[in-house]
Design a binder for this molecule. Structure first.
Ligand SMILES: Cc1cc2nc3c(=O)[nH]c(=O)nc-3n(C[C@H](O)[C@H](O)[C@H](O)COP(=O)(O)OP(=O)(O)OC[C@H]3O[C@@H](n4cnc5c(N)ncnc54)[C@H](O)[C@@H]3O)c2cc1C
Length: 345
């Protein structure tokens, strides 16, 4: 019998992105919790260097310790080291069961308890654990009228939970049973379970609508930071509190993949004339204090390159520049991305 397979990367730009872009940004998205980032899904690739050399590393092995893992040099390098022209991707068995629930959660610690519990209760089937802070939930509901609120506003946090499995007869009841236990432990205050494909899609649409909601922000500024999961709660509350104090009219929304320590922040701070660099400094200083990264899944690009020192040590940056100089001495590829255009742009 031929088994159906699928490629599990699922990101907000799924309708427009390319494999080359996914490789070059090491894209993440909604199902990293279960399947890993693009880095974990690339078995091999072909890349063309600045001098025209074709590096054929289209290997198909999972285990391959014959020297440096050259394909990983190109994953996440934002086109600065070579142009990715082919990729060998790892497929996974296509799931035959899906279960989705949307929960209101009293606080961040309950969300983490729920995550740990579901990881154990669902085994490897837990495929997404997506959080919306109350501010992001409100932003979606007021900006995207077609989205119906699955639960009332007012909870500090909302979590979308998904399980993907291979046996609908047992997976869905196990999912529902696990979510029955959660309120008993006070980890969630309310739960809506999608009972059909249409209802599950509607729950996902709430989470996905955030990309549409942000388009109403003027100016629209977004951040994509990561940090140890234990630091996220303090980080999130400090950001929200300072915004309310220093920019009382501003909107801010937090959402993200909390199982991966990834928070996205969207805001219109700056409508009052506050320069972008002041807002960047506010967010990136807080990220550094949390020992986090200024880019979880969107890369550095031109916008964040001035802040790379908040995340990487001088020695790490020097090594990155040395690799860039070796592979692209004339700085022909993606000039100015990641590093300023001087010694090794
Ligand atoms: C609405 C929206 C939602 C998004 N949601 C997510 C999300 O959930 N998770 C996530 O991780 N990202 C997300 N992103 C960011 C982005 O879409 C992803 O990082 C995606 O992987 C980029 O792919 P792309 O083909 O659009 O690349 P592009 O944006 O065209 O390029 C991205 C970078 O890769 C380089 N590049 C592109 N192709 C190649 C190639 N063949 N060889 C070498 N370098 C190359 C470019 O030079 C550039 O530096 C989102 C973006 C948008 C607009």
């Amino acid at each position: 019998m031929k088994r159906a397979s699928f490629f599990p990367l699922d990101i907000g730009s799924r309708g427009s992105c390319t494999v080359g872009g996914n490789v070059s940004t090491n894209a993440g998205g909604n199902r990293v919790l279960r399947y890993g980032m693009m880095r974990n899904l690339v078995l091999g690739l072909e890349a063309v260097l600045a001098d025209g050399t074709v590096i054929d590393a289209t290997h198909k092995m999972t285990k391959d310790n014959a020297g440096y893992d050259l394909k990983q040099l190109f994953v996440g390098s934002e086109g600065t080291l070579g142009v990715v022209t082919r990729a060998v991707l790892a497929l996974h068995p296509k799931p035959s069961s899906q279960a989705v629930a949307f929960c209101s959660v009293p606080d961040f610690s309950c969300a983490i308890e729920l995550l740990l519990f579901l990881k154990g209760a669902l085994g490897g089937r837990l495929s997404a654990f997506e959080a919306l802070w109350s501010n992001a939930y409100a932003l979606i509901l007021e900006s995207v009228p077609r989205v119906r609120a699955p639960l009332p506003v007012g909870s500090p946090l909302y979590v979308l939970v998904e399980s993907l499995g291979s046996d609908p007869r047992t997976d869905v009841p196990a999912f529902e049973k696990a979510l029955e236990v959660a309120p008993e432990n006070n980890w969630v205050t309310d739960v809506v379970i999608g009972r059909s494909t249409r209802e599950m899609r509607a729950l996902w649409e709430v989470r996905d609508a955030v990309s549409e909601a942000v388009l109403k922000l003027r100016p629209f500024i977004s951040y994509d930071v990561s940090m140890p999961v234990g630091a996220m709660d303090l980080f999130a509350s400090s950001i929200v509190e300072r915004t309310a104090r220093d920019w009382p009219g501003a909107k801010i929304g937090l959402f993200g993949h909390i199982g991966d320590g990834n928070i996205h922040i969207v805001t219109d701070i700056g409508a009052d004339g506050t320069p972008r660099t002041v807002v960047d400094e506010f967010i990136y200083d807080a990220t550094r204090a949390a020992r986090g990264s200024i880019s979880a899944e969107h890369g550095i690009g031109f916008q964040k390159r001035a802040w790379i020192g908040h995340t990487r040590s001088p020695q790490e940056i020097a090594l990155m520049r040395a690799i860039k100089r070796t592979l692209d001495p004339d700085c022909l590829l993606s000039r100015g991305r990641i590093f300023p255009i001087d010694a090794a742009g």
